[in-house]
Write a protein that binds this ligand. Structure first.
Ligand code: NSS
Length: 431
Protein backbone atom coordinates (compact mmCIF):
# COMPACT_ATOMS: atom_id res chain seq x y z
CA UNK A 1 0.00 0.00 0.00
CA UNK A 2 2.90 2.36 0.66
CA UNK A 3 4.03 2.78 -2.95
CA UNK A 4 0.88 3.34 -4.94
CA UNK A 5 -0.68 6.73 -5.62
CA UNK A 6 2.01 8.56 -3.68
CA UNK A 7 2.44 12.22 -4.58
CA UNK A 8 5.38 14.50 -3.92
CA UNK A 9 4.27 16.93 -1.20
CA UNK A 10 4.68 19.95 -3.50
CA UNK A 11 2.28 18.27 -5.97
CA UNK A 12 -0.22 17.31 -3.27
CA UNK A 13 -0.35 20.95 -2.13
CA UNK A 14 -1.41 22.03 -5.63
CA UNK A 15 -4.59 19.89 -5.61
CA UNK A 16 -8.05 21.24 -4.82
CA UNK A 17 -9.50 20.89 -1.32
CA UNK A 18 -11.45 17.65 -1.08
CA UNK A 19 -8.89 15.63 -3.04
CA UNK A 20 -7.80 12.33 -1.57
CA UNK A 21 -3.97 12.38 -1.21
CA UNK A 22 -1.24 10.08 -0.10
CA UNK A 23 2.26 11.36 0.72
CA UNK A 24 5.35 9.88 2.29
CA UNK A 25 8.36 11.29 4.05
CA UNK A 26 9.71 12.02 7.50
CA UNK A 27 8.01 13.54 10.53
CA UNK A 28 9.17 17.14 10.76
CA UNK A 29 7.04 18.20 13.74
CA UNK A 30 4.65 16.38 16.06
CA UNK A 31 2.28 17.80 18.65
CA UNK A 32 -1.09 17.18 20.28
CA UNK A 33 -3.75 19.84 20.66
CA UNK A 34 -6.60 18.55 22.79
CA UNK A 35 -7.44 15.17 21.32
CA UNK A 36 -6.08 16.07 17.88
CA UNK A 37 -2.67 14.80 16.79
CA UNK A 38 -0.74 17.03 14.37
CA UNK A 39 1.94 15.44 12.22
CA UNK A 40 3.95 17.63 9.84
CA UNK A 41 5.63 15.56 7.15
CA UNK A 42 8.53 16.60 4.93
CA UNK A 43 9.88 15.07 1.75
CA UNK A 44 12.44 16.36 -0.73
CA UNK A 45 9.88 18.72 -2.25
CA UNK A 46 8.22 20.39 0.73
CA UNK A 47 6.31 20.02 3.99
CA UNK A 48 2.64 19.40 4.73
CA UNK A 49 0.62 19.20 7.92
CA UNK A 50 -1.75 16.36 8.71
CA UNK A 51 -4.31 16.21 11.51
CA UNK A 52 -5.63 13.03 13.08
CA UNK A 53 -8.82 13.17 15.19
CA UNK A 54 -9.96 10.32 17.48
CA UNK A 55 -12.31 9.20 14.66
CA UNK A 56 -9.35 8.38 12.44
CA UNK A 57 -8.30 4.73 12.46
CA UNK A 58 -4.65 5.84 12.78
CA UNK A 59 -5.17 8.23 15.71
CA UNK A 60 -3.05 6.08 18.03
CA UNK A 61 -0.26 5.76 15.46
CA UNK A 62 -0.28 9.53 14.92
CA UNK A 63 0.09 10.08 18.67
CA UNK A 64 2.98 7.70 19.12
CA UNK A 65 4.98 8.56 16.00
CA UNK A 66 8.23 10.40 16.76
CA UNK A 67 10.12 13.21 15.01
CA UNK A 68 12.14 11.91 12.03
CA UNK A 69 10.18 8.65 11.76
CA UNK A 70 9.47 7.71 8.16
CA UNK A 71 5.74 7.53 7.40
CA UNK A 72 3.06 7.27 4.74
CA UNK A 73 0.06 9.53 5.34
CA UNK A 74 -3.26 9.41 3.58
CA UNK A 75 -6.33 11.62 3.86
CA UNK A 76 -8.41 14.39 2.39
CA UNK A 77 -6.89 17.73 1.49
CA UNK A 78 -8.51 20.80 3.00
CA UNK A 79 -7.87 24.48 3.22
CA UNK A 80 -6.17 25.74 6.39
CA UNK A 81 -4.63 29.20 6.31
CA UNK A 82 -2.55 28.43 9.44
CA UNK A 83 -0.88 25.36 7.92
CA UNK A 84 2.39 25.65 5.97
CA UNK A 85 1.36 25.83 2.30
CA UNK A 86 -2.18 26.91 3.23
CA UNK A 87 -3.56 23.36 3.13
CA UNK A 88 -3.50 20.33 5.39
CA UNK A 89 -4.44 16.68 5.26
CA UNK A 90 -7.42 15.52 7.26
CA UNK A 91 -5.63 12.32 8.24
CA UNK A 92 -7.28 8.95 7.65
CA UNK A 93 -4.32 6.61 7.71
CA UNK A 94 -0.75 6.87 8.96
CA UNK A 95 1.65 3.99 8.47
CA UNK A 96 4.95 4.07 10.33
CA UNK A 97 7.73 2.68 8.12
CA UNK A 98 10.65 3.33 10.47
CA UNK A 99 9.97 4.55 14.00
CA UNK A 100 12.76 6.98 14.94
CA UNK A 101 14.53 6.90 18.27
CA UNK A 102 14.70 10.15 20.22
CA UNK A 103 16.21 12.54 17.64
CA UNK A 104 19.32 14.16 19.13
CA UNK A 105 19.03 17.53 17.34
CA UNK A 106 17.24 20.24 19.31
CA UNK A 107 16.52 23.83 18.30
CA UNK A 108 19.22 25.23 20.58
CA UNK A 109 21.96 22.84 19.37
CA UNK A 110 25.44 24.39 19.16
CA UNK A 111 27.31 24.66 15.86
CA UNK A 112 29.91 22.16 17.08
CA UNK A 113 27.25 19.62 18.07
CA UNK A 114 25.49 20.00 14.72
CA UNK A 115 28.79 19.31 12.95
CA UNK A 116 29.29 16.15 15.03
CA UNK A 117 25.89 14.85 13.90
CA UNK A 118 26.16 16.21 10.38
CA UNK A 119 24.91 12.87 8.97
CA UNK A 120 21.58 13.74 10.65
CA UNK A 121 21.79 17.54 10.41
CA UNK A 122 21.88 17.35 6.58
CA UNK A 123 18.12 16.72 6.86
CA UNK A 124 17.45 20.24 8.13
CA UNK A 125 15.48 22.60 5.92
CA UNK A 126 18.43 25.00 5.84
CA UNK A 127 20.87 22.32 4.71
CA UNK A 128 18.35 21.02 2.18
CA UNK A 129 18.00 24.52 0.74
CA UNK A 130 21.79 24.90 0.52
CA UNK A 131 22.16 21.52 -1.20
CA UNK A 132 19.50 22.43 -3.76
CA UNK A 133 21.33 25.69 -4.53
CA UNK A 134 24.62 23.77 -4.72
CA UNK A 135 23.01 21.39 -7.21
CA UNK A 136 21.99 24.33 -9.42
CA UNK A 137 25.47 25.89 -9.14
CA UNK A 138 27.26 22.71 -10.28
CA UNK A 139 24.73 22.05 -13.04
CA UNK A 140 24.88 25.62 -14.35
CA UNK A 141 28.68 25.51 -14.42
CA UNK A 142 28.70 22.40 -16.63
CA UNK A 143 25.95 23.92 -18.74
CA UNK A 144 27.93 27.11 -19.40
CA UNK A 145 31.22 25.40 -20.22
CA UNK A 146 29.57 22.90 -22.54
CA UNK A 147 27.58 25.59 -24.33
CA UNK A 148 30.73 27.62 -24.84
CA UNK A 149 32.96 25.07 -26.51
CA UNK A 150 34.91 23.72 -23.52
CA UNK A 151 35.75 20.04 -23.19
CA UNK A 152 35.34 18.45 -19.77
CA UNK A 153 38.40 16.44 -18.71
CA UNK A 154 39.50 14.46 -15.64
CA UNK A 155 42.91 14.76 -14.00
CA UNK A 156 44.74 12.72 -11.35
CA UNK A 157 44.39 13.32 -7.62
CA UNK A 158 47.78 11.74 -6.78
CA UNK A 159 50.57 14.06 -7.86
CA UNK A 160 54.33 14.31 -7.43
CA UNK A 161 55.05 18.07 -7.27
CA UNK A 162 53.41 21.15 -5.76
CA UNK A 163 51.33 23.52 -7.86
CA UNK A 164 50.46 26.01 -5.15
CA UNK A 165 53.50 25.86 -2.85
CA UNK A 166 54.80 23.14 -0.55
CA UNK A 167 53.30 24.44 2.70
CA UNK A 168 49.82 23.08 2.06
CA UNK A 169 50.70 19.71 0.47
CA UNK A 170 49.15 16.55 1.87
CA UNK A 171 51.65 13.68 1.71
CA UNK A 172 50.34 10.17 1.06
CA UNK A 173 52.37 7.00 1.37
CA UNK A 174 52.08 5.37 -2.04
CA UNK A 175 51.93 1.63 -2.90
CA UNK A 176 55.72 1.39 -3.38
CA UNK A 177 56.30 3.30 -0.09
CA UNK A 178 57.36 6.47 -1.92
CA UNK A 179 55.69 9.76 -0.96
CA UNK A 180 53.17 11.31 -3.31
CA UNK A 181 50.74 14.15 -2.64
CA UNK A 182 47.06 14.89 -2.98
CA UNK A 183 46.48 17.45 -5.70
CA UNK A 184 46.10 21.14 -4.82
CA UNK A 185 44.94 22.02 -8.33
CA UNK A 186 44.55 20.30 -11.71
CA UNK A 187 46.03 23.30 -13.48
CA UNK A 188 49.23 21.73 -14.89
CA UNK A 189 47.28 18.80 -16.34
CA UNK A 190 44.77 21.17 -17.89
CA UNK A 191 47.67 23.08 -19.41
CA UNK A 192 48.85 19.84 -21.03
CA UNK A 193 45.39 19.19 -22.45
CA UNK A 194 44.95 22.56 -24.23
CA UNK A 195 47.48 21.37 -26.83
CA UNK A 196 44.81 19.12 -28.26
CA UNK A 197 41.46 20.39 -26.95
CA UNK A 198 42.28 24.14 -26.69
CA UNK A 199 39.48 24.92 -24.19
CA UNK A 200 39.21 22.54 -21.23
CA UNK A 201 37.68 22.44 -17.77
CA UNK A 202 37.38 20.07 -14.87
CA UNK A 203 35.44 19.92 -11.61
CA UNK A 204 37.21 17.91 -8.92
CA UNK A 205 38.28 17.99 -5.30
CA UNK A 206 41.49 19.80 -4.41
CA UNK A 207 43.31 19.26 -1.14
CA UNK A 208 45.19 21.74 1.00
CA UNK A 209 46.67 21.23 4.42
CA UNK A 210 45.44 24.65 5.55
CA UNK A 211 46.43 24.98 9.16
CA UNK A 212 44.48 28.11 9.99
CA UNK A 213 40.86 27.91 11.04
CA UNK A 214 39.02 30.46 8.97
CA UNK A 215 35.50 30.90 7.69
CA UNK A 216 36.59 30.17 4.14
CA UNK A 217 39.13 27.34 4.19
CA UNK A 218 38.44 23.65 3.81
CA UNK A 219 41.17 21.01 3.58
CA UNK A 220 39.19 19.30 0.81
CA UNK A 221 37.27 21.62 -1.49
CA UNK A 222 35.57 21.40 -4.88
CA UNK A 223 37.57 23.12 -7.53
CA UNK A 224 36.30 24.09 -10.99
CA UNK A 225 39.27 24.89 -13.19
CA UNK A 226 39.57 25.97 -16.80
CA UNK A 227 42.44 26.55 -19.20
CA UNK A 228 42.29 28.17 -22.64
CA UNK A 229 44.85 28.29 -25.47
CA UNK A 230 45.53 31.48 -27.40
CA UNK A 231 44.07 33.89 -24.82
CA UNK A 232 45.60 36.37 -22.41
CA UNK A 233 44.46 37.88 -19.12
CA UNK A 234 41.56 39.91 -20.52
CA UNK A 235 40.26 36.89 -22.46
CA UNK A 236 40.16 34.69 -19.38
CA UNK A 237 38.47 37.39 -17.28
CA UNK A 238 35.65 37.46 -19.84
CA UNK A 239 35.21 33.71 -19.41
CA UNK A 240 35.10 34.11 -15.62
CA UNK A 241 32.54 36.94 -15.57
CA UNK A 242 30.25 35.24 -18.10
CA UNK A 243 30.43 31.95 -16.21
CA UNK A 244 29.75 33.42 -12.76
CA UNK A 245 26.91 35.60 -14.09
CA UNK A 246 25.30 32.58 -15.76
CA UNK A 247 25.45 30.56 -12.54
CA UNK A 248 23.94 33.36 -10.44
CA UNK A 249 21.16 33.89 -13.02
CA UNK A 250 20.30 30.19 -12.91
CA UNK A 251 20.13 30.17 -9.10
CA UNK A 252 17.85 33.23 -9.17
CA UNK A 253 15.61 31.45 -11.70
CA UNK A 254 15.47 28.09 -9.99
CA UNK A 255 16.03 28.58 -6.28
CA UNK A 256 13.91 31.53 -5.13
CA UNK A 257 12.27 29.42 -2.48
CA UNK A 258 15.60 28.22 -1.12
CA UNK A 259 17.15 31.70 -1.17
CA UNK A 260 14.13 33.02 0.73
CA UNK A 261 14.36 30.23 3.27
CA UNK A 262 18.00 31.19 3.86
CA UNK A 263 17.00 34.83 4.25
CA UNK A 264 19.28 35.83 1.35
CA UNK A 265 19.01 39.44 0.23
CA UNK A 266 18.56 39.19 -3.56
CA UNK A 267 19.40 42.77 -4.54
CA UNK A 268 23.14 42.12 -4.76
CA UNK A 269 22.70 38.89 -6.71
CA UNK A 270 20.46 40.57 -9.28
CA UNK A 271 23.29 42.96 -10.16
CA UNK A 272 25.67 40.16 -11.09
CA UNK A 273 26.00 40.81 -14.82
CA UNK A 274 29.13 41.36 -16.91
CA UNK A 275 31.33 43.31 -17.10
CA UNK A 276 32.70 43.17 -13.55
CA UNK A 277 34.79 46.13 -12.37
CA UNK A 278 38.57 45.72 -12.69
CA UNK A 279 40.62 47.14 -9.86
CA UNK A 280 44.41 47.19 -9.94
CA UNK A 281 46.43 45.92 -7.01
CA UNK A 282 48.08 49.38 -6.83
CA UNK A 283 44.68 51.01 -6.52
CA UNK A 284 43.57 48.45 -3.91
CA UNK A 285 46.59 49.29 -1.75
CA UNK A 286 45.68 52.99 -1.95
CA UNK A 287 42.05 52.27 -1.04
CA UNK A 288 43.14 50.17 1.95
CA UNK A 289 45.67 52.76 3.13
CA UNK A 290 43.06 55.50 2.86
CA UNK A 291 40.89 53.43 5.22
CA UNK A 292 43.72 53.36 7.72
CA UNK A 293 44.61 49.71 7.11
CA UNK A 294 48.31 48.90 7.51
CA UNK A 295 49.45 47.47 4.18
CA UNK A 296 52.45 48.15 1.99
CA UNK A 297 52.90 47.62 -1.73
CA UNK A 298 54.14 44.05 -2.20
CA UNK A 299 52.09 42.50 0.61
CA UNK A 300 49.73 39.67 -0.19
CA UNK A 301 46.16 40.57 0.72
CA UNK A 302 44.64 38.43 3.46
CA UNK A 303 41.03 37.84 4.40
CA UNK A 304 40.79 41.08 6.41
CA UNK A 305 42.11 43.27 3.60
CA UNK A 306 39.86 41.52 1.08
CA UNK A 307 36.86 42.01 3.32
CA UNK A 308 37.56 45.73 3.62
CA UNK A 309 37.82 46.01 -0.18
CA UNK A 310 34.69 44.00 -0.94
CA UNK A 311 32.61 46.27 1.24
CA UNK A 312 33.39 49.03 -1.31
CA UNK A 313 31.65 47.11 -4.12
CA UNK A 314 28.15 45.75 -4.60
CA UNK A 315 29.06 43.31 -7.36
CA UNK A 316 31.96 40.92 -7.87
CA UNK A 317 35.16 42.60 -9.06
CA UNK A 318 38.57 41.62 -10.37
CA UNK A 319 41.72 42.50 -8.54
CA UNK A 320 44.58 42.36 -11.06
CA UNK A 321 48.29 43.03 -11.30
CA UNK A 322 49.59 41.36 -8.14
CA UNK A 323 53.30 41.68 -7.34
CA UNK A 324 55.41 38.74 -8.42
CA UNK A 325 56.10 37.43 -4.94
CA UNK A 326 52.43 37.42 -3.91
CA UNK A 327 51.54 34.83 -6.57
CA UNK A 328 52.69 31.33 -7.60
CA UNK A 329 55.68 30.92 -9.94
CA UNK A 330 53.73 29.98 -13.08
CA UNK A 331 52.11 33.44 -13.46
CA UNK A 332 53.43 35.45 -16.37
CA UNK A 333 55.06 38.76 -15.48
CA UNK A 334 53.73 41.84 -17.24
CA UNK A 335 56.28 42.61 -20.00
CA UNK A 336 55.66 46.34 -19.62
CA UNK A 337 56.07 46.18 -15.84
CA UNK A 338 57.94 43.03 -14.78
CA UNK A 339 57.44 43.49 -11.02
CA UNK A 340 53.74 42.61 -11.41
CA UNK A 341 52.02 39.53 -12.83
CA UNK A 342 49.26 39.18 -15.42
CA UNK A 343 47.09 37.57 -12.75
CA UNK A 344 43.70 38.38 -11.29
CA UNK A 345 41.51 37.22 -8.44
CA UNK A 346 37.74 37.53 -8.53
CA UNK A 347 36.38 38.85 -5.24
CA UNK A 348 32.75 38.38 -4.23
CA UNK A 349 31.07 41.40 -2.62
CA UNK A 350 29.43 41.74 0.81
CA UNK A 351 32.58 40.76 2.63
CA UNK A 352 33.03 37.35 1.00
CA UNK A 353 36.29 37.93 -0.87
CA UNK A 354 38.27 35.69 -3.20
CA UNK A 355 36.36 33.02 -5.09
CA UNK A 356 38.60 32.72 -8.18
CA UNK A 357 42.33 32.90 -8.77
CA UNK A 358 43.79 32.86 -12.25
CA UNK A 359 45.65 34.59 -15.04
CA UNK A 360 48.09 34.26 -17.90
CA UNK A 361 50.78 31.55 -17.75
CA UNK A 362 54.45 31.81 -18.64
CA UNK A 363 54.68 30.23 -22.09
CA UNK A 364 58.43 30.65 -22.76
CA UNK A 365 60.80 27.93 -21.54
CA UNK A 366 63.72 30.16 -20.47
CA UNK A 367 61.41 32.57 -18.65
CA UNK A 368 59.75 29.71 -16.76
CA UNK A 369 63.03 28.01 -15.78
CA UNK A 370 64.38 31.32 -14.53
CA UNK A 371 61.31 32.03 -12.45
CA UNK A 372 61.24 28.54 -10.95
CA UNK A 373 64.83 29.13 -9.81
CA UNK A 374 64.03 32.65 -8.56
CA UNK A 375 61.32 31.09 -6.39
CA UNK A 376 63.87 28.70 -4.86
CA UNK A 377 62.31 25.67 -6.59
CA UNK A 378 64.02 22.96 -8.60
CA UNK A 379 63.32 22.85 -12.36
CA UNK A 380 63.93 19.08 -12.17
CA UNK A 381 60.64 18.73 -10.24
CA UNK A 382 58.78 20.31 -13.14
CA UNK A 383 60.26 18.41 -16.08
CA UNK A 384 57.02 17.42 -17.77
CA UNK A 385 55.51 20.86 -17.16
CA UNK A 386 58.56 22.42 -18.84
CA UNK A 387 58.11 20.06 -21.81
CA UNK A 388 54.85 21.85 -22.58
CA UNK A 389 57.01 24.91 -23.42
CA UNK A 390 59.35 22.80 -25.58
CA UNK A 391 56.77 21.43 -27.98
CA UNK A 392 54.58 24.00 -29.69
CA UNK A 393 54.08 26.43 -26.83
CA UNK A 394 51.23 28.97 -27.11
CA UNK A 395 50.03 31.89 -25.01
CA UNK A 396 47.38 30.61 -22.61
CA UNK A 397 45.50 31.48 -19.45
CA UNK A 398 43.25 29.80 -16.92
CA UNK A 399 41.66 29.97 -13.51
CA UNK A 400 40.41 28.03 -10.51
CA UNK A 401 37.02 28.68 -8.95
CA UNK A 402 36.29 27.53 -5.39
CA UNK A 403 32.83 26.00 -5.72
CA UNK A 404 32.20 25.88 -1.97
CA UNK A 405 33.09 29.56 -1.65
CA UNK A 406 30.81 30.34 -4.57
CA UNK A 407 27.90 28.52 -2.89
CA UNK A 408 28.73 30.27 0.39
CA UNK A 409 28.47 33.70 -1.22
CA UNK A 410 25.39 32.96 -3.36
CA UNK A 411 23.61 31.44 -0.36
CA UNK A 412 24.72 34.30 1.92
CA UNK A 413 26.17 31.74 4.34
CA UNK A 414 28.25 32.58 7.36
CA UNK A 415 30.84 29.84 7.14
CA UNK A 416 32.21 27.68 4.34
CA UNK A 417 31.31 24.49 6.23
CA UNK A 418 27.66 25.47 5.73
CA UNK A 419 28.05 25.16 1.96
CA UNK A 420 29.10 21.51 1.78
CA UNK A 421 27.33 18.45 3.20
CA UNK A 422 30.31 16.77 4.89
CA UNK A 423 33.01 19.39 5.45
CA UNK A 424 36.68 18.57 5.87
CA UNK A 425 38.63 21.16 7.84
CA UNK A 426 41.81 21.21 9.90
CA UNK A 427 39.69 20.19 12.89
CA UNK A 428 37.25 17.77 11.28
CA UNK A 429 37.17 14.54 9.27
CA UNK A 430 34.04 13.08 10.97
CA UNK A 431 31.35 12.12 10.07
O1 NSS B 1 45.10 28.79 -5.06
S1 NSS B 1 44.15 29.36 -5.97
O2 NSS B 1 43.92 30.78 -5.86
N1 NSS B 1 44.60 29.08 -7.49
C1 NSS B 1 44.87 27.85 -7.96
O3 NSS B 1 44.85 26.82 -7.33
C2 NSS B 1 45.19 27.80 -9.44
N2 NSS B 1 46.14 26.72 -9.68
C3 NSS B 1 43.88 27.57 -10.17
C4 NSS B 1 44.03 27.62 -11.64
O4 NSS B 1 44.42 28.65 -12.15
N3 NSS B 1 43.71 26.53 -12.33
O5 NSS B 1 42.79 28.61 -5.75
C5 NSS B 1 41.69 28.86 -6.61
C6 NSS B 1 40.43 29.02 -5.81
C7 NSS B 1 40.46 30.14 -4.78
O6 NSS B 1 40.14 31.37 -5.36
C8 NSS B 1 39.41 29.69 -3.79
O7 NSS B 1 38.12 30.04 -4.24
C9 NSS B 1 39.54 28.19 -3.85
O8 NSS B 1 40.20 27.85 -5.04
N4 NSS B 1 40.30 27.69 -2.69
C10 NSS B 1 39.74 27.18 -1.59
N5 NSS B 1 38.47 26.97 -1.24
C11 NSS B 1 38.22 26.41 -0.05
N6 NSS B 1 39.18 26.02 0.83
C12 NSS B 1 40.48 26.21 0.52
N7 NSS B 1 41.42 25.80 1.36
C13 NSS B 1 40.81 26.80 -0.74
N8 NSS B 1 41.97 27.11 -1.36
C14 NSS B 1 41.64 27.65 -2.55
Amino acid sequence: MTGTGILPISEALKLQPGAEVRVRGWVYRRRDLGDKAFVVVRDSTGIIQSVFTPESRSHAEARRVTVESSVVVQGKLREDPRAPGGKEIQGEELVIIGLAENFPIRRDASREFLLNVRHLAVRSRKMTAVLKIRHTVFGALHEWFRENGFYEVQCPMFISAAVEGGATLFPVKYVDESTVYLTQSSQFYLEALIFSLEKVYTVAPSFRAEKSRTRRHLTEFWHAEAEVAWVGLEGILKVEEELVSHIVRRVLERNREELDLLGRNLEGLKQVEPPFPRVSYDNAIEILQSKGIQVAWGDDLGADEERALTLEFDKPFFLYGFPEKAKAFYHKNDPSRPEVTLSADLLAPEGYGEIIGGGERIDRLDELVEKIKRFGLNPKDYEWYLDLRRFGTVPHAGFGLGMDRLVMWIGGLEHIVDSVPFPRTVARTYP
